[in-house]
Design a protein around this ligand. Sequence first.
Ligand SMILES: Nc1ncnc2c1ncn2[C@@H]1O[C@H](COP(=O)(O)OP(=O)(O)OP(=O)(O)O)[C@@H](O)[C@H]1O
Ligand SMILES: [Mg+2]
Length: 334
Amino acid sequence: MIKPQYIVESTLVPHSAFIEAGARIERCMHNTINSPESACVAIVGESRTGKSTVLDEFCRNHLEYRKEDGLYTPVLKVVTPSNPTVKGLAELMLEKMGDPRYESGTEIAKTNRLKVLMRNSKTNMVVIDEFQHFCSRRNGVVAHHVADWLKTLVDENRCGLVVAGLPSGLAVLEQNEQLAGRFFTPMLMPRFDWRIDEHREEFLGILGAFQGSIGRYFDIPRLDEEDMGFRVFRATGGLIGYLSKFLKYAVWGAIEGGQKVITLEGLRKAYQESIWDPNSPSDTANPFDKNYQPRHIEGQIGIALNIGCAKLPNVLPRRKIPFSSDDQLVSGKF
Ligand SMILES: Nc1ncnc2c1ncn2[C@@H]1O[C@H](COP(=O)(O)OP(=O)(O)OP(=O)(O)O)[C@@H](O)[C@H]1O
Ligand SMILES: [Mg+2]
């Protein structure tokens, strides 16, 4: 039985992009086993769109197991450190493979040990999260040496490769034709955009799924109806990571208050205390205010779609979607 305070993070919502990304990774792994060529998949998307969750779920489906003749590790997953080097990445991988001497040896010695370990452990897939770290945030320079090493590693071990990260990581593939040639079309994990019918429906479906889980413990306003759905979209920017953070906070608030009910006021407080948006004007209304009725829908959508975007330095032009902070007056339909 899950404790109520963990109900949100224990809820895994199999939305379309999540299923599609998982299926592409599975296909890649399945067809790479014993194949003479490695196949590679890239999962990209803005921060908090659920990329790591897709990887985690894949890894959970391919846990290591022990047989009489030793430990088998079908999937080797690591998170790219910032400024990766071959030595550093090889060490991380060796550690994950259980090598007690993962720090010792030259780059070549480490690589050779890793190859043997992977072969003996029947590793079929290498999974690399935070792939954008292959590309320097400071000057955009790609760690070509590390990328080439990775290509050779999966080629020689005849295993698949999955990388996930921010779209900026695609520069690594764009600048390396050998890697690019091994990759299928990148899979995009979306932020849900209220203006797009399928996205809106998908988002409301996700809200319905969370509602179902939370509703086992708490009375909570219907989240998956159009009006409340828009408020939640406006609060979370259509990012599933912000959504789960916000709902988690609302649940904590109810537990701390000894309540079995999550009220609109509870959602208002949860938004205020959990969603920090440095891009938004300070006078932006709380979408869970009793009187919240967006007058300029486009403006409200603009605010939402800026949530989670890094704040640009003042010297650069501000981005993208214009928004208005005027939320007070009556609106038409969404
Ligand atoms: N399919 C899902 N069902 C339920 N919750 C999800 C799902 N996908 C993501 N989440 C929630 O969103 C949070 C953020 O997701 P995740 O860490 O996978 O995003 P990310 O795209 O890897 O972000 P970043 O780029 O910042 O690393 C997760 O901790 C989880 O709580
Ligand atoms: Mg992640």
